[in-house]
Design a protein around this ligand. Sequence first.
Ligand code: ADP
Length: 499
Amino acid sequence: MKKLWRELLGGAAVGALLFAGTQGLDLFPVLLLALTAFFMWRLLPTSALRKPAPFTRPVMGSTVTFDDIGGHSTAKKEMQEALQFLLDSRQAEKLGIRPIKGILLTGPPGTGKTLMAKAAAHYTDSIFLSTSGSEFIEMYAGVGAQRVRELFATARRKAKEAGKHAVIFIDEMEVLGGQRGRHMSHLEYDQTLNQLLVEMDGLGTEDSPRILVIGATNRADLMDEALLRPGRFDRIVHLDLPSRQDRLEILRLHTARKPLAPDVDLEAIARETYGFSGAQLESLCNEAAIWALRRQLDAIPHEAFLDSLEKVILGEKHERRPTLEERRRIATHEMGHAWVQEHLKPGSVARVTITARGQALGYVRSSPQEDTLLRSQKELEEDIAVLLAGSVAEELFLGSRSTGAVSDFRQAVRLAREMVKAGMSPLGVVDPELLPKGAFHQAMSQILKGVEGKVRRMLEEGREGFAVLVERLVEEESLSGEAFRQWLAEVEGARAPIS
Ligand code: ADP
């Protein structure tokens, strides 16, 4: 129908122009205007002349249960407690309990926030709507707010149709719920956030169907305070990186339907994967299966997991092989890390390699560490020493540093900052907020300089042996922790280890 009208109007316009032309009228300005309008319409991708693209979201039930989530036992319990009001709404109403309208899941990427929201929908037999903060933000004022209204209206409608409650999941909440007035085009952001607050304030106990909003963010510090007030996102559930026991549970979940060879020791893999997120563990199991497929094996051996570790941490191997000179520099850098680490924490180096993968040109992997909640001053200083050792080795043995150490420095600075904040600097216990920037910086650089001096002395003392190991690493490219320790024992001979 619409098409017919368009064709009729188009035909009439062309007819009118032709008629005007035969009457001797000058058609040039009219044609110019028409052409300009056409180009504006076509060329500007989301031109102000056009309506923004429709805001589509998948609406679905969730099949994920809390049993599909490994670890996070406290978080799961907190979630189930919070969800009780949806399951037992009549009792909640009788007791005059204020309904929970929003739960904010915080934690690093890949720790299972989306899984948790899906499990919440399944647990409460609700429909599940998923969206992300960035989907609300367009350049045009009012679009975000309209999308928020639309989202809640859809949730209400779909839930009513299904005779269920609704869970709205908003990922990347920091984009939508960032502190007001922070953004460049702040008016649009503020309007969108205000609309979300209005919608959440409008959710009541007597509502049927009930709507629960679950937000997820890895930057809880950026959230606008108004969002965290009672009656809004008043439950905050934190999901940490998994502990060793949690990693084991996650590995068991993701290998449950994979054929494992008898030599697979999941406990050992859980120990080796310190610092991995749930998503990385899932990826590790997948890569191990691909490893077995490539070799036409019927079952996945333990070796497949060990070989896949580096790929998951760093990415694919590079095609381009560095030049001999580059390899020597990379080997010096990595040997610096490994040398200092092994002397400070004997037995801790698991692999030294100069095979480039992902962003890294080389890599030293550490042996399993125990999960710790607290770090001592000594441990922090040792970590800084290991981080600085690569660059110091380059300077000592090659005469100059390179850009390869940027991320090492970033991490070292972060640790030094933590130390100053924890009162481990010559400044003692201080309020970092009240400290002049210069003083804070000076305390940090004092720590870094002190550690750097120690590292330089350690490397200088082992100068000859170090050079031999670098040459061997350039040749071998990759060696296990045991092989490295054997080399080290050879070059150090009966000499007392450096301390
Ligand atoms: P987030 O939302 O925190 O970034 P996701 O929930 O999207 O993380 O997790 C991505 C994937 O990682 C999941 O689909 C799942 O395969 C895996 N995963 C993450 N955490 C866990 C966990 N605790 N248990 C089992 N699998 C997990």
